[in-house]
Ligand binder design. Structure first.
Ligand code: ZN
Length: 382
């Protein structure tokens, strides 16, 4: 798959943000442009950054010097190919050695996972705690957990705390999370008051799509589906994450695909996606069945998913559909059945062929995305 480079301001523009022209806004924009050219793993000289951003040498040098001092970027050897015009430029890249992020994943069953990561979201230190049988998490547990992760760190090196959770999140307030049993909890304010550093709360699927975009194979137009305990989606359109009217874009778990005959759902409807094709629901249905029967159920689930996605694919003209989920469910049978249905439903002379594929980002996908969300916030607001 082709590599995609970012042309917009890093990392992924926040919808609705308008760049005003005050000097600090211009500076922030320049910083964001330069950071986006280096993130996650590019190396550029100052001269190349100037060429690619159109900024003057002085402007580049100003921003670069600040970012070097801040610990965001570092000097990293010299350009190899000489252009024949004077000395080789010093290469700049993202500095993974100085600044740190505390990332906490609340989206998993039975445990809370956390890590101290570098600016690329790579865990440098990990911690996890097991939850009781009721899976209950309260705010105090999160505060203590973050405190422990922070304990060995120099506070000046931490740029923020990132929390990932299932549910609908609106500017740091968890509006609704069925898994946590939370309603209108302003976790961001609570943690910011306690720790005095910026806190970013991100939906687990949104954080996963960030990881897929920057470290997986996803391009700027991407439909991402996460299928484990529940099922959720996220979409990127021209590198802008779709948020939605009520911050609930991608909450497809309780969209019914069989309202007449599907299984009853605790939400009151029948045939919700979550009851029909989530990994948890499928495992329940497959228990005790023969291998052939199990594969029939898996293929049927793949077909259902593709049928449900056909309309958003047509609506948004997206060709890349990435599915994250456990290997026993999101297997070849699932993907083949889904692809077959997509081919039958979405092929037209207007659209390139939509391809459904398995996400390869691994189990740190959420933790990593939570950290990237913090970096994104830091660069945009910084
Ligand atoms: Zn439901």
């Amino acid at each position: 798959m082709a590599e995609h480079t970012y042309t917009g301001s890093f990392p992924l523009h926040t919808p609705g943000k308008i760049t005003k022209a005050s000097p600090s806004d211009v500076r922030r924009r320049n910083r964001s442009l330069i950071f986006s050219l280096l993130f996650p793993s590019n190396q550029c000289s100052r001269a190349e950054l100037g060429r690619r951003t159109g900024l003057s040498r002085v402007a580049v040098s100003d921003v670069v010097n600040d970012m070097l001092e801040e610990g965001l970027i570092r000097e990293n050897g010299f350009e190899t190919a000489s252009t024949g015009k004077g000395k080789r430029g010093t290469l700049l890249s993202i500095d993974t050695t100085r600044l740190r992020i505390i990332s906490i994943d609340l989206s998993q069953e039975h445990l809370i996972q956390g890590a101290v990561t570098d600016l690329l979201g790579l865990p440098q230190q990990r911690m996890e705690i097991a939850l009781g049988p009721d899976n209950h998490i309260d705010v105090d547990t999160i505060v203590q957990f973050a405190d422990e992760l922070r304990s060995d760190l120099d506070v000046n090196r931490i740029i923020g705390i990132g929390i990932c959770t299932t549910g609908v999140i609106d500017r740091g307030v968890i509006r609704e999370s069925t898994a946590l049993g939370w309603h209108n909890v302003d976790l961001k304010s609570i943690l910011e008051r306690r720790f005095g550093i910026p806190v970013t709360i991100t939906n687990d699927v949104t954080s996963s799509i960030l990881t897929e975009r920057f470290f997986g194979q996803g391009g700027p137009n991407l439909l991402f589906v996460r299928n484990d305990q529940g099922i959720g989606a996220a979409a990127l359109i021209d590198d802008v994450p779709v948020v939605g009217e009520s911050h609930a874009a991608g909450e497809i778990g309780h969209i019914s695909i069989d309202p007449d005959h599907g299984p009853e759902c605790p939400c009151g409807k029948r045939g919700c996606m979550e009851r029909m094709i989530s990994a948890t629901a499928l495992r329940e249905r497959m228990r005790g069945l023969s291998h052939d029967e199990q594969m029939r159920i898996i293929r049927e689930a793949g077909t259902y998913l593709a049928a449900a996605l056909a309309m958003p694919i047509g609506l948004l003209d997206i060709t890349d559909i990435c599915v994250y989920g456990p290997a026993d469910i999101i297997n070849n049978a699932f993907l083949e059945a889904a692809q077959e249905r997509l081919d039958r439903t979405t092929t037209s002379k207007f659209h390139a062929r939509s391809v459904i594929r398995r996400c390869q980002c691994g189990t740190d996908i959420t933790l990593r995305g939570g950290a990237i969300a913090v970096v994104r916030h830091y660069i945009e607001e910084g």
